[in-house]
Ligand binder design. Structure first.
Ligand SMILES: [Fe+2]
Length: 234
């Protein structure tokens, strides 16, 4: 089992044709700028969906393919449209709509990757992250209580609970998000809890609290250790 996600980006490759078409359509307007978009590739599932305790293969595959995979596809499609958009002439509502949807899809992709990477065989955080949690929350149990409590509190609606490294304050925080666009500025997600119904409804119905308990019982910290080391050094 690996918890190191490696999503590759390809710049411009898939949009070269679209950019070319835009360029040729504007042969008379050579100054019109055309951007290059980044093509995102979905990371491989970081676990065997048949062996995640407390979750069916059906819900994990559906979540990964439809919600995470869907966000990656959507982000690429939005990127193509933005690359071809003439920002000097486009109406504000079109720019606002595409940039808002780009933010939603990008955060959905990023947060789902961190969420999936935190599921698997339960273990404990390594020493650096463990010490930072104790420093910033008082104790691991206090962090756990806050994180799980925030998840349960979102159970009547939807959103994300994010253990983030706040670069501004140089500390770990549990950040609340009611949707994909709400995240603390400068906060890098280290461990994430998905509180959208698609993450648990198939297996737990409306029992969001049982789902939170199941996630907390299989939290794997290996990816969180790696992310914390990376973010806290900056
Ligand atoms: Fe999700």
């Amino acid at each position: 089992m690996t918890h190191k996600l490696d999503r590759r980006h390809f710049i411009g490759a898939a949009t070269a044709g679209a950019a070319l078409a835009v360029n040729s359509a504007r042969a008379e307007d050579k100054a019109a700028p055309v951007n290059k978009s980044v093509v995102h590739v979905a990371a491989p599932m970081p676990f065997d969906p048949k062996s995640v305790k407390g979750f069916s293969e059906r819900i994990l595959v559906s979540h990964y393919e439809n919600n995470y995979g869907g966000a990656v596809k959507r982000l690429n499609a939005i990127g193509e449209q933005l690359a071809a958009l003439d920002f000097d002439k486009a109406p504000g509502f079109q720019i606002n709509g595409l940039k808002r949807e780009e933010l939603i899809a990008a955060n959905s992709m990023i947060l789902h990757e961190v969420y999936f990477a935190g599921l698997g065989e339960a273990n404990k955080p390594g020493a650096p992250l463990s010490e930072a949690i104790e420093r910033d929350f008082g104790s691991f149990d206090r962090w756990r209580s806050e994180f799980a409590g925030m998840g349960k509190a979102l159970g009547g609606g939807s959103g994300w609970v994010i253990l983030a490294y706040d670069k501004h304050g140089k500390r770990l925080i549990n950040s609340w998000a009611g949707d994909h666009t709400q995240s603390i500025a400068g906060g890098d997600p280290v461990l994430v809890l998905d509180m959208f119904e698609h993450a648990y409804q198939m297996d737990y119905g409306a029992k969001a609290g049982d789902y939170v308990k199941a996630v907390m019982a299989i939290t794997n910290w290996s990816n969180a250790d790696r992310l914390f080391e990376k973010y806290s050094k900056v």
